[in-house]
Design a protein around this ligand. Structure first.
Ligand code: NAD
Ligand code: TDX
Length: 352
């Protein structure tokens, strides 16, 4: 089987390819990535000599490029990770999100429609989406697959649009498509603009730990490899046309996560936990900040038999070890454009 993975040089895509290319040697994996700021080809160094892996530098907003690559690689399964993924960046500049997340997904769907006119049973389009499409929960309740869409940010609105397109292609053209909506991921290779790696690296450097608002917003955290295993399970056993919510049943307030990060770093490095915690700075809130996400993952558990393996304490420790042991990776990623982003997002944020 030929598996086209879009966005495979980003955080979740890299973890997915590192997990499955060496395991499923009879499948060919084609990684199509534009290599935006969030991508890092180094993440895939160990796959360079694998005969069942190749990289294609391409942009999903370019339909002609997709057609060429479909002609060459004849994919049977498309796993669509490629997207602009950071909410704060979507607030500062939504345009790229509309292009890559909506137009890019539309182009991929069109390519599938063109190349998969027949024998559709052997093909599959797996759209990797987010729980943010459902908007915000109050103190109670969970997102199910039937929760109405109510996105708050340009990012989540663009992902919601792409989900609608995928569903429409299934209903209208019979495209064998599946959608997954997952909660917040953490783990190795995550770009340090997202909460957990940002806080780890700032704490290690002795920099302020900027918590938005009062830090009371809740996210439902899942270790990235558990998400990858869920995606593989859905690709193997999911029913086209269906949606599966993925989550680890692990709700945490942001301020509690940051305190926990300080404690683990203190244990690992012999620093004083209170001194690390004193770096916590409450800053101006994110506009349109969703209060709480919590996933009801009972469908994927009951129907497909998936279960997360990692608990949060173990996953966080592995993640912190990874950032401590990969200082070169960290240094290379914290280049000029990263510094510009930190200035753009945090430079004018007043303390709250
Ligand atoms: P990421 O930002 O780390 O990586 C995105 C990748 O997509 C990068 O390699 C980038 O180069 C590539 N890309 C972006 N635009 C492209 C384009 N136009 N053409 C080709 N490639 C392009 O993102 P991530 O955190 O790995 O997320 C992957 C997917 O999973 C996204 O669709 C995201 O919405 C979804 N998701 C993420 C999370 C999370 O917590 N990170 C949770 C649920 C769902
Ligand atoms: O500096 C910060 N301070 C802070 O308090 C940052 C970067 C974040 N936060 C808060 C905002 C959120 O409540 O932490 C929480 C998590 O923030 P992010 O890491 O930016 O993630 P989130 O906005 O929840 O979105 C993530 O999960 C769903 C991913 O970025 C999305 O791609 C995914 O779809």
């Amino acid at each position: 089987m030929n598996i086209l993975v879009t966005g495979g040089a980003g955080f979740i895509g890299s973890n997915f390819l590192n997990l499955y290319v060496p395991t499923y040697t009879k499948n060919n994996f084609i990684n199509l990535d534009k290599l935006t700021y969030a991508a890092n080809p180094e993440n895939l160094n160990t796959l360079e000599n694998s005969s069942n892996y190749c990289f294609e530098h391409a942009d999903i907003t370019n339909y002609d490029q997709l057609v060429q690559l479909f002609e060459i690689h004849k994919p049977d399964l498309v796993i669509h990770f490629a997207a602009e993924s950071h909410v704060d960046r979507s607030i500062h500049g939504p345009s790229e999100f509309i292009q890559s997340n909506i137009i890019g997904t539309f182009n991929l769907l069109e390519a599938c429609r063109r190349f998969w006119p027949e024998r559709k049973n052997n093909k599959l389009f797996l759209h990797v989406s987010t729980d943010e499409v459902y908007g915000s929960l109050g103190a109670e309740g969970y997102f199910t697959e039937n929760t109405a869409y109510d996105p708050s940010s340009p990012y989540s609105a663009s992902k919601a649009s792409s989900d609608h397109l995928v569903r429409a292609y299934h209903r209208t053209y019979g495209l064998p498509a599946l959608i997954t909506n997952c909660s917040n991921n953490y783990g190795p290779y995550q770009f340090p603009e997202k909460l957990i790696p940002l806080m780890i690296l700032n704490a290690l450097a002795g920099n302020p730990l900027p918590v938005y608002g009062k830090g009371e917003n809740v996210r439902d955290w899942l270790y990235v490899e558990d998400h990858c295993r869920a995606l593989w399970t859905v690709a193997e056993k999911g029913i086209p046309g269906e949606t599966y919510n993925i989550g680890g049943n692990n709700e945490k307030r942001n301020v509690d996560i940051v305190n926990q990060i300080c404690e683990v770093i203190a244990e690992e490095t012999g620093r004083d936990p209170q001194q690390l915690k004193s770096l916590i700075t409450f800053v101006q809130d994110r506009p349109g900040h969703d209060l709480r996400y919590a996933i009801d993952a009972s469908k994927i558990k009951k129907k497909l038999g998936w279960q997360p393996k990692e608990d949060f304490a173990g996953g966080l420790q592995k993640t912190i070890h990874w950032y401590l042991n990969n200082r070169d990776w960290v240094e290379r990623i914290q280049s000029g454009s990263y510094k510009n982003w930190i200035e753009t997002n945090y430079g004018n944020r007043k303390n709250s």
